[in-house]
Design a protein around this ligand. Structure first.
Ligand SMILES: [Zn+2]
Length: 395
């Protein structure tokens, strides 16, 4: 890594940009956004800070290279809360054994550093970019992108007009060409509360919830088997192709051992392959749910929350091919295309701005992102910078 990239990343880590919630101010959000905007300007970008929320401005940089096409890079400067148990101060970068430690080192201040150093290298060298370049850096990715990417789409839509989006907020494990659909469901069960010595006078919502949860789990097991996608999955220990998954994630009921609870809540998360119709599958599960409730004699309701549609881009797409050939040169073992098991900002761009969203980012499998002692290898910063450079250069 050029000393520039390392220097930038160390500066970025020092800003306290922990995203807790929209109710809580992003402490150094404005300062961090200003810093990124300054660096962009030094590289010749026209830069603006746009804000729905003052403490979380979106940094937008544009570089017109007289090219026919525009590539939009998307990333974020907020980080998940540091939490406890770090070996060193999470906001005081430490370089040790070829790694830089600090919150956001890989997710995704590493992505910001990768982009800035790639552009610096490219513009200082003889290479000219094959694209006009736009850089969008959000301050609320970790809490849902409502004041960032989603707000830009509704208020400054033209900024998301382009030919291809490069998502920097992804891993090094493969070339990201899509993501899974995510559906969150909540089931509320109503029973009749009473004394545990007289269960015959009560309807036990906790016990009903266990029965309902086991129905969901059976459904989940079938889901894992019956669907097949034409897209490969990002590397994982289970399957080569992307597949459906369902997990029961929350079971809540009861207060005291001698009280039969009258209420229970089940939450679950369902991940689907990109080809499936989200609304159709929701209807299908709703129908199944009605049958289970009848069969078990349960008074229950099901609501869906937070559905994020997945997507997948074929390997024959010319931007995918272009990115693949860059990764092939830098790290051939990673030059495989995969749909993410999770969701990415690529979904928002793909579905709302109607452009392909792909990426190869700085997050290694062992980087502890969202955990304690998060780090990035300097060699990873360097290799991802090279990929970005090759992707946008004419050379
Ligand atoms: Zn991220």
């Amino acid at each position: 890594m050029s000393s520039y990239g390392v220097k930038i990343l160390k500066e970025l880590i020092k800003f306290r940009t922990e995203s807790f919630s929209y109710d809580q101010r992003l402490q150094d959000g404005k300062e961090c956004a200003d810093f990124i905007a300054d660096e962009l300007e030094k590289l010749g970008f026209r830069t603006r800070l746009l804000s729905k929320l003052e403490d979380r401005p979106v940094v937008v940089g544009g570089l017109d290279c007289n090219a026919d096409e525009t590539c939009i890079f998307i990333t974020h400067y907020d980080v998940v809360p540091a939490g406890r148990g770090w070996s060193t101060d999470p906001f005081e970068p430490v370089v040790k054994d070829g790694k830089i430690f600090g919150r956001g080192a890989s997710d995704d201040k590493g992505g910001v550093a990768v982009f800035l150093s790639a552009m610096k290298d490219l513009l200082e060298g003889n290479d000219s970019p094959a694209f006009n370049v736009r850089f969008i850096c959000n301050g609320d990715e970790e809490i849902g992108s409502q004041a960032g990417l989603r707000w830009l789409l509704s208020e400054h839509r033209h900024l998301l007009e382009g030919d291809v989006a490069y998502i920097l907020d992804v891993s090094t494990s493969c070339l990201s060409v899509g993501c899974s659909t995510s559906i969150t469901g909540i089931i509320n069960i109503v029973g009749k509360q009473g004394h545990a010595a007289y269960p015959f006078n009560c309807v036990n919502a906790a016990e009903k919830a266990v029965m309902m949860a086991s129905k969901l789990m059976e459904f989940g097991k079938k889901e894992e088997k019956h669907v097949s996608s034409r897209f490969k999955a990002a590397p994982n220990p289970v399957s080569g192709m992307i597949w459906n998954r369902l997990s029961v994630t929350v079971l809540e009921s009861g207060e005291k051992p001698n009280v039969v609870p009258g209420k229970a809540t089940i939450k679950f998360n369902w991940r689907l392959i990109p080809e499936e119709n989200l609304e159709k599958r929701k209807m299908e599960l709703k129908k199944e749910f009605g049958n289970w409730a009848d069969e078990l004699g349960i008074d229950a309701s099901l609501k869906f929350h937070e559905s994020i549609p997945g997507y997948g881009i074929d390997e024959s797409n010319r931007y995918v091919k272009r990115l693949k050939s860059a990764v092939e040169i830098v790290d051939p073992s990673r030059a495989i295309c995969g749909v993410e098991l999770g969701t990415t900002d690529g979904s928002i761009v793909y579905h709302n701005a109607d452009i392909p969203a792909i990426g190869f980012g700085p997050m290694d499998e062992d980087c502890n992102f969202h955990g304690t002692d998060e780090f990035i290898k300097i060699s990873t910063l360097r290799s991802v910078r090279e990929v970005v450079k090759m992707f946008i250069s004419n050379g």
